[in-house]
Structures are given as structure tokens and as C-alpha cells.
Write a protein that binds this ligand. Structure first.
Ligand code: NAD
Length: 297
């Protein structure tokens, strides 16, 4: 394995709640390079994630190439749909899954990270949410659409605007997007295609603004299908994974580690000339115009 030394750097990764998703893959790749990992974990699953971590349930997946276990320095409960305490609606305040957990809005988490660590180097946005993901766009309500954009795209704008002021010059930020931003993917509903399109467009203007303001680079990775917890909510991720195999030039399953390695590359000195881009890490799926299996036999 190619090794990079980023010891002394600190990354905040928003959107890790288990060891199955892209956030985990990015955490591992950064940890391999010596980066200190902090996570923002969605409030409803933060306790169970912390408990499972403490009980050693992720120990197998934490294994790094040198035989040590990846450490998460601190887990911050986060709800990236809210910027400040005044934004939290009563139904969330009274929700039992939020009981006993405070200071989870973006501004409050940013303040805690700043108080705990001073400056950080990397900000990773690996989260998305749509309450109506299984509905087609024509069936999606205004509330569902806005909620998808709020949780999946504006959350990145807000995280960056709150973390940027204490990010080190030369640092960087990565988000995760999907091909549905610019191609029709039936079934990826609830306004999630729109949310990803916003995320990709915002990557460009935010690269300009954050570059000018803080000297940090902003990129997004368009990843292939992975049967993560979030992807399973779409309902047909396993079929997508199989279909994907019929399309890509070299048959290989998508892995969170490959996305992690690409994120590490983009955030490191190796990626220092890359800014505002959407990098496809999908085994070339996005280049294909037809499904070649239609013509086999
Ligand atoms: P995942 O389940 O590992 O990650 C999604 C995370 O978002 C979860 O931990 C969830 O708890 C968190 N989350 C949801 N709402 C939140 C909120 N309001 N505040 C804070 N956290 C919240 O699944 P994943 O598939 O690895 O998703 C990570 C990113 O990768 C997402 O942006 C997703 O759209 C993107 N992506 C996934 C795929 C795929 O096939 N899995 C493909 C392309 C892009």
C-alpha cells in the first residue's frame, strides 16, 4: 500500500454511524496516513455508535495495515439539518432519540471542536438524508424536497462556513456526490438528485470563496454504489450493485476504501493542484453510454 505521512493533521468527518459507509472508508484511509480522526455522528444513532465502539464491535474493521486499530479521538453528536439551537423544532426537542443530547447543531459542534482542538485541517461531509427517497420526483412534496436539500446539500455549506474560520491554510474539504446529479437515475427519489446537483454546483463556488477566504481547497467525489446503511433506504441498492458490474470496463466491486484513498489523495499534497472538481470514483461507470450486456450472446 502506498503510504502518505499526514501525522499531526486533524480531520472532522461528518456522517459516520457504523463501519459500512464511505465516511468510515475515508476515516480509515486518513488514519493510515496518521491523521487524527473526529466524527460528527447523527444524534439518533450517536449513542449506539459510541456504545458499539466501546464494546469493540468495530474492532475488526478498525484494523490498519501496521496492525494497530484506527482511533476516533472524539465522537460529536451532530444533526446537520440545524445550524443553531433556535432552529430545532419542538418535535425534535421532544423526540426520545434526542433526549439527553445537547449542543448538536452545526454551530455548537463547530465551537466544541474549536475549543477541543484549536485548528483542524480537513472537513469531510459524508452524509445525506431524504425523508421521501422512495418517492419519484413527481410525487415528492415540497417539504420532502426542501428537507433533502437541507440535510444533504445546505448542510455542507453550513459546515464549511462554521468550520472554515478555524481550518488551517492548505487544508481541504471533501463531500460525497452521486451520478444522479447530472444523469437520470430512476428510483433515486425524494429530491436527492437535486440535492446532489446542488452539492456539485456549490463545490465550485465554495472552492472559490473558501480558497479566497481561508486558503483551503474544496472537492467532491462522485462514488459508485455501495450497500451502506443510507443506500439500503433507497430499496434496491443490491440490484444497483449487480447492474453496475455489467456496465464498468473492469469488473470490480465498489469499496469504501477506494473512495477513502481518493479522498486522502485529494486532501494531501498529491492533490494540491485540484480544486472545485467532481472526481468520479466509480470504476468508469459514468463514461458508459450503453449497457454492453445488451449486445452479448
Ligand atoms: P452512510 O449510512 O454510511 O452515511 C450516511 C450518514 O449520514 C449516516 O451516518 C447518517 O446517520 C448520516 N446522517 C443522515 N442525516 C443526518 C443529519 N441530519 N445530520 C448528521 N448526519 C446525518 O451511507 P453512505 O452511503 O456511505 O453515505 C455517505 C455519503 O456518500 C452520502 O452523501 C451519500 O449520498 C454518498 N454516496 C453514497 C453512495 C452509495 O451507493 N452508498 C453513492 C454515491 C454517494
Amino acid at each position: 500500500m502506498l503510504s502518505l505521512n499526514l501525522k499531526g493533521k486533524i480531520a472532522f468527518i461528518a456522517g459516520i454511524g457504523d463501519d459500512q459507509g464511505y465516511g468510515w472508508g475515508i476515516a480509515k484511509a486518513l488514519a493510515e496516513a496518521g491523521v487524527t480522526i473526529l466524527t460528527g455522528t447523527w444524534v439518533p444513532i450517536a449513542k449506539i455508535f459510541q456504545q458499539s465502539w466501546d464494546l469493540g464491535k468495530f474492532d475488526k474493521s478498525r484494523l490498519l495495515s501496521d496492525g494497530s486499530l484506527m482511533n476516533i479521538d472524539k465522537i460529536y453528536p451532530l444533526d446537520a439539518s440545524f445550524d443553531k439551537p433556535e432552529d430545532i423544532p419542538e418535535e425534535i426537542k421532544n423526540n426520545k432519540r434526542y433526549k439527553g443530547i445537547n449542543n448538536f447543531t452545526i454551530s455548537e459542534v463547530a465551537n466544541q471542536v474549536k475549543n477541543d482542538y484549536g485548528k483542524i485541517d480537513f472537513l469531510i461531509h459524508s452524509l445525506a438524508n431524504s425523508p421521501e427517497i422512495t418517492k419519484s420526483l413527481l410525487e415528492t412534496t415540497r417539504q420532502g424536497y426542501l428537507s433533502a436539500i437541507s440535510a444533504s446539500s445546505y448542510s455542507f455549506v453550513s459546515l464549511l462556513s462554521h468550520f472554515g474560520p478555524f481550518m488551517k491554510k492548505g487544508g481541504g474539504s471533501i463531500s460525497l456526490t452521486y451520478l444522479a446529479a447530472n444523469k437520470a437515475i430512476p428510483g433515486y427519489g425524494g429530491g436527492m438528485n437535486s440535492a446532489k446537483a446542488a452539492l456539485e454546483s456549490d463545490t465550485k463556488i465554495l472552492a472559490w470563496e473558501a480558497g479566497q477566504k481561508w486558503g483551503i481547497r474544496i472537492n467532491t467525489i462522485s462514488a459508485g454504489p455501495l450497500p451502506s446503511r443510507a443506500a439500503k433506504a433507497i430499496g434496491f441498492i443490491e440490484k444497483m450493485v449487480d447492474y453496475y458490474q455489467t456496465m464498468i470496463p473492469i469488473s470490480e466491486e465498489m469499496s469504501a476504501q477506494q473512495v477513502g484513498n481518493a479522498a486522502l489523495f485529494l486532501l494531501s499534497e498529491l492533490g494540491s493542484g485540484i480544486n472545485g472538481t467532481t472526481l468520479y470514483v466509480d470504476h468508469g461507470y459514468h463514461i458508459m453510454g450503453i449497457n454492453p450486456s445488451c449486445f452479448s450472446n
